[in-house]
Design a protein around this ligand. Structure first.
Ligand code: GLU
Length: 290
C-alpha cells in the first residue's frame, strides 16, 4: 500500500502554532517518503465542532501550502462504522456496561468498579473494554520504545460514552484502519494513549501503523497550546515566517535566507532535507511558544 500519513485536527477552533507543527511534521514525513497525506476532521463531538472552524482549517492549511490528498474524512459521518466496530467488540465479549463516573473510575485509588460482575441497568451507562493482564510494547520512531501495562496503568477504558458518543480511542482506530494509515506522526500528548489504540487494533485484527510523536508546543505556563488556554490562531499573513519557525522547532535546519521565502519554496526544501532523527525527542522539556 505504501506510505499513507494523516493530519487529524479536532475542529474546536482555528489552528494554532502547535497544530501547524503537528501538521507539518506529518506532511513532511509523508512527502519525503513519497507518500500520501490525508486529512481527517475529528468532529466526533458535535457541540465542540463548528463548520466555521472546519472552513478555517481548510483555508489555513492551504495558505501554508499543506495540500492534502483526496477528500477529507469527517468523523461525524462515520457513526455506522463505529457502531459496527462496537458490535464486533461486543461479539468478542470484550465490552461491558459501566455506570461509574470518570472521577470514581480514574482518580479514586480505593474505588473498585463492580460493573463487570454486577452489570448496571442499561440506562445512562458507558461501554468499557476489558483489558488484558499483559504489557504492550511498541516502538516510536521519534521517542523510542515504550511499554505499558494497560490494565494496571490505564484501566478498562471507555469506547462509548454515557451520552452515546463514541470515544476518541475507538474512532481513531477505526478511521486509521479505514484510511489505510501506515504512519501516524502527531503530538506527544497522545504518546501514552497509543498502547490503547494498539490494543484495539489487535482485537479488531487491524494492521498497526508506525507511530512517531513530536514534542508538544506549550505556552509559558507549560500548558499545551489549545483553544481552552486561548492559544492565538495562526496569523496567515505571517505564513512564511511561521512556517520557518515551525521547521526550526522540528529540528530541521533552514537557511536564514529562507525565512521570507514563499511557503512552497520552503516546503520543497524541507521535504528534500527532512530528517526525522533531528526532531527533538524530549517530552519533559516542551518547547515554549507564546
Ligand atoms: N484530533 C486530535 C487533536 O486534534 C489528534 C488525534 C490524532 O492525531 O490521533 O489533537
Amino acid at each position: 500500500m505504501g506510505y499513507i500519513g494523516r493530519f487529524a485536527p479536532t475542529p474546536s477552533g482555528p489552528l494554532h502554532f502547535g497544530s501547524l507543527v503537528a501538521a507539518l511534521a506529518s506532511y513532511l514525513d509523508a512527502r519525503a517518503n513519497k507518500g500520501h497525506w490525508l486529512l481527517r476532521i475529528e468532529d466526533l463531538d458535535p457541540p465542540r465542532s463548528d463548520s466555521g472552524s472546519i472552513d478555517a482549517i481548510f483555508s489555513c492549511l492551504d495558505t501554508f501550502g499543506l495540500h492534502w490528498d483526496g477528500t477529507p474524512m469527517f468523523q461525524s459521518k462515520r457513526q455506522p462504522a463505529y457502531h459496527e466496530v462496537l458490535e464486533q467488540l461486543r461479539q468478542q465479549g470484550r465490552i461491558y456496561a459501566c455506570s461509574c463516573s470518570r472521577i470514581q473510575f480514574q482518580a479514586d485509588p480505593l474505588y473498585s468498579c463492580q460493573c463487570l460482575t454486577q452489570p448496571p441497568s442499561l440506562k445512562d451507562v458507558a461501554m468499557r473494554i476489558v483489558l488484558p493482564q499483559t504489557s504492550i510494547t511498541l516502538d516510536d520512531v521519534i521517542i523510542g520504545p515504550q511499554t505499558q501495562h494497560l490494565s494496571n496503568d490505564v484501566g478498562d477504558f471507555v469506547v462509548q460514552r454515557k451520552d452515546q458518543l463514541f470515544s476518541y480511542q475507538l474512532a481513531v482506530v477505526a478511521d486509521d484502519a479505514e484510511q489505510n494509515i501506515s504512519h501516524v506522526i502527531r503530538g506527544s500528548d497522545l504518546y501514552h494513549q497509543t498502547p490503547r489504540q494498539v490494543w484495539l487494533q489487535t482485537c479488531l485484527g487491524y494492521k498497526q501503523p508506525i507511530y512517531g510523536h513530536i514534542p508538544i508546543i506549550t505556552n509559558h505556563q507549560g500548558q499545551k497550546l489549545s483553544k481552552q488556554n486561548l492559544a492565538s490562531p495562526l496569523d496567515i499573513t505571517q505564513a512564511p515566517a511561521l512556517l520557518s519557525e515551525a521547521l526550526e522547532r522540528l529540528g530541521q535546519t533552514t537557511p536564514c535566507t529562507f525565512r521570507k521565502a514563499p511557503v512552497e519554496e520552503q516546503l520543497a526544501q524541507a521535504i528534500a532535507q527532512w530528517d526525522i532523527n533531528s526532531v527533538p525527542k524530549q517530552m519533559q522539556d516542551p518547547i515554549a511558544f507564546v
